[in-house]
Each structure stands twice: as C-alpha cells, then as structure tokens.
Design a protein around this ligand. Structure first.
Ligand code: SF4
Length: 252
C-alpha cells in the first residue's frame, strides 16, 4: 500500500495545461493540410486524383480541400511532384458549418461560440450522450482518451452520460449506417430541448471512407441538425477538446 502511494506521488501532475499554453504534439501529428498554389504547375491534378475520398478538387480556380472528407492520409502530399502540399501542426480544425470546412486557400476560421443563452445553459456543465453510428471505433477511441487523466474532460464540466434523457446533446461518430439511422433519430428525440449535436470524424461529417455506400447515410447532418463539425480520421483528442471549448465560449 505504501509503495503504491509513493509511486502515485512520484507520478506527479499528469493533466496537460490546455487550453493554457501551446500543447505538445507528436512529430508524426498531421494537422491542417495546406497547399502552396504558387508551386503548382499548370493543369496538375495529382493530389486530386490520388485522394481516396475526393476531398480535393483541382481546376483552373486552384486547389480546394474539403476537411470534412479529408482522412489526413498524406497520399496527396506524397503524390505532389512539386512539394506544394504539406500537413501542418494546426490542430484547431472544428467548424460550426459544413461550408466552413471547405478551404480554397483562405485561412481556416476558428469555430464560433454558441449564442449567449446557449452558453448560459451549457457553458459550465455539458452532458453528452455518445452515439456510435457505424464507424470503425477510431473516433470513439479518441473520444474515450478525453476522459483520461491527461485531458481530464470533466474539469471543464463536460461529461458523457448513459441516457439521452440525462444529456444536453449528442456526440456522433460514424457515417450513420442504415441500421443506425432509426436509433440515432430516437436518441436525438429523447434528448430534452434545447440540445446540441457534435459530429466527430470524417465519417460523421461526410461518410468518410464509406461515403456513398448503399448502407450509409453520408454523415450525421443527413439525419439530425449539427452544431459543431470536428474533422479528422480520427480527430486528435485536442482537436475535439478545442472544438468543444470554442463552442461553449470557453476559449476564443
Ligand atoms: S472518421 Fe475514420 S477513425 Fe472515425 S470512424 Fe470513420 S474511419 Fe474510423
């Protein structure tokens, strides 16, 4: 017992200081993809052609990247003959609207906070019911990581609850398969109004790698209204946490 207590004391404080200070990200982290269009040779479509989810369009207007479809797989970067495509360490990717996830070279916005009344209701205590609507469990794993001592989601007053009747909103992962559509509808209806919906991951935003499959509904907003889109495949826990805190007006 004494040894266990000593080991615990030696571990010290493990929770990151986020949102204060810059978080440390691993070298392999792949954040916002950016393209230096000045380097692109005329008529080149190498990045668009290799993208497995058609997240990139390249035409006479330049290169357009849909972060809602992007799997951050780096095949576009590897296919580019001129090194114009790069992945940055920018993890702050969540957006309030689907259109804001489509980039044509402009700077990515930061997600706007909810209105004053919603912030009053949810800003200090937000209970979420997680709905896994047919994904691969990658997104669920990174959502689970938020509850570890490193991220300690509960310190922000955000918690996951077992029943939608005890929740203020839904956090949806997965592309919404045909056999999850009714369950998602019923779970949404069971959450008391007003309620929030957060779509986490490429699948929940656009269908991701399963897009246009006959058994897939191409994302949560085909079934329920969405208040926050968190891109990634899966999104890093910091991307999810940053999006949640911006939505609640806890960081700006
Ligand atoms: S977005 Fe990627 S990680 Fe998340 S459920 Fe879909 S395939 Fe899995």
């Amino acid at each position: 017992m004494l040894r266990a207590l000593l080991a615990r004391l030696q571990q010290g404080h493990r929770t990151i200081s986020f949102p204060h200070g810059e978080p440390s990200l691993p070298d392999r982290f792949r954040g916002l993809p950016v393209v230096d269009q000045a380097k692109c040779r005329d008529g080149c479509r190498a990045c668009a052609e290799v993208c497995p989810t058609d997240a990139i369009a390249a035409d006479e207007h330049g290169v357009r990247i849909d972060l809602g479809r992007c799997l951050f797989c780096t095949e576009c970067r590897d296919a580019c003959p001129d090194g114009a495509m790069q992945y940055t360490a920018e993890y702050r990717l969540a957006q309030r609207t689907r259109d804001d996830l489509v980039l044509t070279g402009e700077t990515l916005k930061r997600a706007q906070a909810l209105g004053a009344e919603s912030r009053r209701l949810f800003g200090r205590s937000l209970k979420l019911r997680q709905v896994s609507a047919g994904g691969c469990n990658g997104c669920e794993s990174d959502v689970n990581v938020l509850n570890t001592v490193v991220f300690d989601l509960g310190r922000f007053g955000i918690q996951f609850v077992a029943s939608p009747r005890h929740a203020d909103g839904l956090l949806i992962t997965g592309p919404v398969t045909e056999n999850m559509q009714l369950a998602l509808h019923k779970t949404y209806d069971a959450v008391p109004s007003p309620k929030l919906v957060i779509a986490v991951g490429a699948c929940a935003i656009s269908g991701g790698p399963y897009r246009d499959h006959v058994e897939v509904h191409n994302g949560a907003d085909s079934v329920v209204p969405v208040d926050l889109y968190v891109p990634g495949c899966p999104p890093h826990p910091l991307t999810i946490l940053d999006g949640l805190l911006r939505l609640l007006g806890r960081i700006t």
